[in-house]
Ligand binder design. Structure first.
Ligand SMILES: Nc1ncnc2c1ncn2[C@@H]1O[C@H](COP(=O)(O)OP(=O)(O)OP(=O)(O)O)[C@@H](O)[C@H]1O
Ligand SMILES: Cc1ncc(CO)c(N)n1
Length: 261
């Protein structure tokens, strides 16, 4: 049977990030994508013009509908908006026997808040502990742990600080550092540095969502965490290389590059 992957995230009306990025990534990687929508954003290439959360019962009901009937081989979380939603989703995941990729989305590429500051504590105490892999970027690492990463040398210290909150693995995304795009994956005993050449392309809307969904797709296919992350990094690097202009600002990555060969 085709592996089934569930994304629990916000909708990006512009189609480059959020639920839309997740489902496109899952299609491109050969798994069946399903969604629990946590919030709706009015968003495009220049920013987030509005955001509306769904009631917690609507989020729980979507999750139960999918998991109780169809079943899931992996779950991915993205924008969760509020402390109440973070806690509800963490509780749902802890009752599900499937690996979970937690992308602790804090702000959009344009600096718009996608998570209430008051929810950070719930991310630390309820969501990170149920993650198989957490995938913070450098701003999220700073918000969650206070560790500021200024060079590649700081990545191990940042990873240890995130691991202290309980995820099995952490992937620190160093995409915002100058030089090569280097990410650090570790479970506290083994450490992998994933390096890709930096693309000068400014059309990078959706990189984080795409990477986390690709990892979830790999886990659903039965890959180990390091294998899933290595393959996901290859996929997102190709998607960034193909990022294209849409609208007046930052365009999306190319989710379909592998389908077109
Ligand atoms: N210009 C680039 N060239 C190559 N790889 C990149 C580039 N920018 C980011 N990456 C890689 O893309 C992946 C996503 O990292 P990034 O730091 O952009 O995530 P993010 O900030 O969470 O994304 P988002 O803006 O969607 O929230 C990482 O593997 C990172 O190394
Ligand atoms: C809905 C949504 N989720 C995640 C991101 C990632 O930044 C975004 N821009 N929008």
């Amino acid at each position: 049977m085709i592996p089934r992957v569930l994304t629990v995230a916000g909708s990006d009306s512009g189609g480059g990030a959020g639920i839309q990025a997740d489902l496109k990534t899952m299609l491109a990687l050969g798994v069946h994508g399903m969604s629990v929508i946590t919030a709706v954003t009015a968003q495009n290439s220049v920013g987030v013009q509005g955001a509306w959360e769904l009631p917690v019962e609507a989020v729980r009901a979507q999750y139960r509908s999918v998991v109780d009937d169809i079943g899931v081989q992996a779950v991915k979380t993205g924008m969760l908006a509020s402390a109440e939603l973070v806690e509800a989703v963490a509780a749902l995941i802890s009752g599900t026997r499937a690996p979970a990729v937690v992308d602790p989305v804090g702000v959009s590429k344009h600096g718009d808040a996608l998570l209430a500051t008051a929810a950070l504590d719930s991310v630390r105490t309820t969501l990170l502990p149920v993650a198989t892999v957490a995938t913070p970027n450098l701003d999220e690492v700073a918000q969650l742990t206070g560790v500021r990463v200024e060079s590649e040398d700081d990545l191990s210290r940042a990873a240890a600080a995130v691991l202290s909150h309980g995820p099995r693995w952490v992937l620190i995304k160093g995409g915002h550092l100058p030089g090569d795009a280097v990410d650090l994956l570790t479970d506290g005993s083994e450490e992998h540095r994933l390096r890709a050449p930096r693309h000068g392309n400014r059309h990078t809307h959706g990189t984080g969502c795409t990477l986390a969904s690709a990892i979830a797709a790999g886990l659903a296919k039965g890959l180990t965490v390091p294998e899933a992350v290595i393959r996901a990094k290859e996929y997102v690097t190709g998607a960034i290389a193909g990022g294209f202009a849409l609208g007046a600002g930052i365009g999306p990555v190319d989710h379909g590059w592998r389908l077109r060969g």
